[in-house]
Write a protein that binds this ligand. Sequence first.
Ligand code: IPE
Length: 259
Amino acid sequence: MILVKLGGSVLTDKARLRTPRRTTIVRLGKELAGASESLVVVHGAGSYGHILARRHRLHERFLGKDQLLAGARVQRDVKALDMLVLDALLKAGLAPVSLPPSALLTMDDGRVADFASKPFLDYVVMGLTPVTFGDVVRDRTRGLAICSGDVLMLELARAFHPTRAIFVADVDGLYTADPKRVRTARRLESVAAEDLDAIDFTPASTADVTGSIEGKVRRMIEIAAHAGETLIVNGNVKNRLRDAVRGRPVAGTHVVGRR
Ligand code: IPE
């Protein structure tokens, strides 16, 4: 099995509310269809999630009834993006099935308390391609919480030990500093826990509701312990994802887990 996370910054314009990058979504769908094994697809929320989640502070403690309306709105919006991903996969000849975290996952104070991985396996065995996404979920302490696609990648990697876990980003991989801010930033061929201290994680803009780049990389290192190979590739460069899902060598960053 291959686990793929399509980052929200590739699928959407993250600065403009609910703005999809339709051509990219369709192209990535086609590239996924060439996978050499069964696939489970996770996607981020991009501007279908982060903007309203931040405005209504859905990633913080429970602040009152208004948050329920905002939560319902974001759940609806991430499903709208999910439909675009499903359409792209269908167009590419895959048989996708959408599995929403709002129904399958429960958190407790922002941590996963319960996750139903069985439906993913059942559908994979049938030959379908499960698709899940960053979502607003139930939280036993807070009422509602945000579950990122990266958290889902970790849960799925733990449950299924995939051959490959691939993170599709809008940059070529992990850099020594933010390449959009620092011109001398260098791409790392591989990254392990001991390399993190040497990386400048100063963000270019406000952090996502689902955390900092450093937090995301730490989670990828955790995921790498459960996957044969874990890599970050650029989804804006044609055929990088295609090559990655075929197991071909590709420009990117390898994430090395703790042994
Ligand atoms: C965000 O999920 C979920 C919501 C804000 C509802 P992700 O953190 O996986 O999304 P991206 O990839 O950063 O857009």
